[in-house]
Design a protein around this ligand. Structure first.
Ligand SMILES: NC(=O)c1ccc[n+]([C@@H]2O[C@H](COP(=O)([O-])OP(=O)(O)OC[C@H]3O[C@@H](n4cnc5c(N)ncnc54)[C@H](O)[C@@H]3O)[C@@H](O)[C@H]2O)c1
Length: 453
């Protein structure tokens, strides 16, 4: 039995801590600046010291993160792990070519967490596995680069944020737009007040993905499908809901509300907040479902119009999944001020329009640091990274709330003090909480002042 296996049975009592007082209101922080001053305690390292990393979840975004981190001379990849042997050869050979040696190869991520020589892990699994891998990594004293959306549901996000805080880990999330110039410029412009008083945000993504129809088959040789399903409900194997495609199935992901919402709504929330402790909504209603893509196995909504209400500042946010955005980019975030000026930002650019639709001059800020470099630096300094998990947990929860409202068919209310859904509406959805499959247990992390579930 690995160390981690032994540790998962810790009781809730051992983890209970009191939450601190709410952060004092302060000046608006320019977002293009480097990481926030450290509030995470831990051992800081010398700038030259090598950071030894293990990859959990090969092939897709996990591999891309690994390659980005390998650009730095003070990073070394020691091990790779996947429950599917077929996904690993590319990453093994990338490491071999770079370092002249083969990484250690595992099918069980707990073997990586047991290793004392490994400092941090990349969590590159599908969403339904993030919470367990990340919380176990925190318990094992590892820092992490964790992919977005951080969780499959709201309760997992709450526990993950608490685990990171209580174990004092540095966790950068995969919302790399937070370190891209067009987005940091746009956020700084809004925070500086140059657009005036913003009363409406819009964020959107176009969706025409089809999973198609398939019948269950035997999983391919080399894939441990039972481990791939992990804590989620068991469904017979179909390739159109396994690698990469899982995001279109609510059993494993959250559809585009979480897959892209966590990028595009994140920018709206950052612009409307004073710093990375994000403003949270008071209520959300959502309409839509599987309206456009018929005769398909996917279960995630292809159409959604969700409206969020916020107080302090007072504004509404409109989240949209669908295909009807004539003249607009396929994705984006907009801020609209009380006098009708609009700031629009997307991957590749941003612009400010006057109330008549004419482009007006904008101002640029200093370029942000590289997202992956920021992670490495923060592990060494113990500063909070730009996409600190606590902050991205807030965005992830906002995204889940749209699905919770849609599936509840009711307005869902959010209690900012308790950091939880208020009342019953939304709590009986998969986007709020899921039962873990037999053999899997989500470690409970609650602050004393916040009772969840
Ligand atoms: N930041 C971004 O822009 C961005 C882009 C794409 C994907 N992502 C995120 O990255 C994550 C992975 O997405 P993807 O598209 O690469 O998925 P993918 O299905 O292509 O790859 C995930 C890999 O994880 C493996 N895996 C599953 N369970 C595992 C376990 N318990 N231990 C080890 N390996 C396991 C799978 O076998 C698979 O090889 C998701 O959370 C996704 O939302 C982020």
């Amino acid at each position: 039995m690995s160390e981690i296996e032994k540790n998962t049975d810790w009781t809730r009592r051992q983890f209970i801590v009191r939450t601190g007082a709410a952060a004092a209101a302060g000046a608006v922080a320019p977002f293009a600046l480097a990481s926030a001053p450290g509030s995470l305690k831990g051992i800081s390292r010398s700038a030259n010291e090598k950071l030894v990393i293990g990859l959990v979840g090969c092939g897709g975004m996990g591999a891309a993160n690994m390659r980005n981190l390998m650009n730095f001379p003070d990073v070394e990849i020691a091990a790779v792990c996947d429950v599917d042997e077929n996904r690993m050869p590319g990453d093994i050979s990338t490491v071999e070519k770079k370092y002249g040696r083969r990484p250690d190869v595992y099918k069980d991520y707990r073997k990586i967490l047991d290793r004392k020589d490994i400092d941090a892990v990349i969590v590159g699994t599908p969403d339904h596995w993030h919470a367990l891998v990340l919380i176990h990594a925190c318990q094992a004293g590892k820092d992490a680069y964790c992919e977005k959306p951080i969780s499959h549901n709201i309760v997992e996000a709450q526990y993950m944020a608490e685990a990171v805080k209580q174990h004092k880990r540095v966790v950068q999330c995969g919302t790399w737009q937070r370190s891209t110039k067009e987005f940091t410029d746009a956020i700084d412009y809004i925070r500086s007040g140059k657009l005036g008083r913003v009363t409406l945000c819009r964020a959107w993504i176009s969706d025409d993905f089809r999973a198609g129809r398939q019948k269950p088959t035997t999983p391919p040789a080399g894939l441990d499908y039972d481990s791939w399903v992990g804590p989620a409900a068991m469904l017979p194997y179909q390739s159109n809901r396994c690698h990469w495609n899982w995001r279109w199935f609510m059993n494993f992901g959250g559809g585009l509300s979480t897959d892209w919402g966590v990028h595009m709504m994140d920018i709206a929330l950052l612009g409307m907040s004073k710093d990375e402790n994000l403003v949270m909504p008071t209520k959300v209603s959502a309409f839509g479902g599987q309206l456009a893509i018929l005769d398909d196995d996917r279960t995630a909504p292809d159409s959604m119009e969700a409206i969020y209400e916020f107080h302090d500042p007072n504004f509404t946010m409109h989240w949209s999944i669908g295909r009807d955005h004539p003249g607009k980019e396929s994705h984006g975030t907009e801020f609209v001020s009380a006098d009708g000026r609009t700031l629009r930002v997307w991957r590749g650019g941003w612009k400010v329009l006057d109330s008549g639709g004419k482009e007006i001059p904008k101002e640029e800020s200093a370029p942000p640091p590289n997202h992956w470099r920021d992670f490495v630096d923060c592990v060494k300094t113990r500063n909070k990274p730009r996409a600190d998990l606590g902050s991205v947990a807030q965005t992830t929860i906002v995204c889940h709330l749209s699905n919770a409202a849609l599936y509840a068919g009711e307005t869902v209310h959010w209690d900012g003090e308790r950091n939880d859904i208020a009342g019953k509406a939304g709590k009986n959805t998969l986007s709020y909480k899921r039962p873990y499959r037999k053999g899997y247990k989500l470690p409970v992390y609650k602050p004393l002042s916040t009772e969840v579930g």
